[in-house]
Ligand binder design. Structure first.
Ligand code: 4NP
Length: 158
């Protein structure tokens, strides 16, 4: 099982999702069965480490994302991954435009897996204040929690 998180720059939201979801998997002993990665729909920050505000917020929640480096989405990601989950509608439109007809991956919004009331999109925190990173991380944790429950239900029914 492979999960890919996607945002615009791959330096704020999706690396936080990668780190926080991986941590959730580790705490349940599922990290050897579920692979996690992240990327951006834009290549502005390819090769760069996460934004310091994202690193700080992830660290605060127990995840070290300092080793992650930005990369842009590739066509074969649609074959390699089971779930490609993005943060906002702009990301989703970009992914749908490039997704091959024969893709293997489920492509959707991460927040589709969260409980109602936590928001449909995870807004871009890049130009906002540091406070936004805490709100974004709360949303990411809610989405990842729902995703994990969804995957566990799927596996139980297989
Ligand atoms: P991200 O945030 O998509 O959550 O990584 C952004 C990072 C950089 C830019 C936009 C969003 N940028 O325009 O450089």
């Amino acid at each position: 099982m492979r999960v890919l998180f996607v945002c615009l720059g791959n330096i704020c939201r999706s690396p936080m999702a990668e780190g926080l979801f991986r941590q959730m998997l580790q705490s349940r002993g599922l990290d050897s069965r579920i692979e996690v990665d992240s990327c951006g729909v834009g290549d502005y920050h390819a090769g760069e480490p996460p934004d310091p505000r994202a690193m700080r917020e992830a660290h605060h929640r127990g995840a070290d994302i300092s080793e992650l480096r930005g990369r842009v989405i590739r066509l074969n990601d649609f074959e390699q991954f089971d779930y490609i989950l993005c943060m906002d509608e702009d990301n989703l439109q970009a992914l749908r435009r490039m997704a091959p007809e024969t893709r293997r991956a489920h492509v959707g919004l991460l927040m589709d897996f969260a409980d109602e009331g936590t928001g449909a999109e995870i807004g871009d925190p890049y130009f906002g204040s540091t406070d936004n990173f805490g709100r974004v991380a709360d949303q990411i944790e809610a989405g990842c929690q729902g995703l994990l429950e969804h995957i566990e239900r799927q596996e139980a029914s297989d």
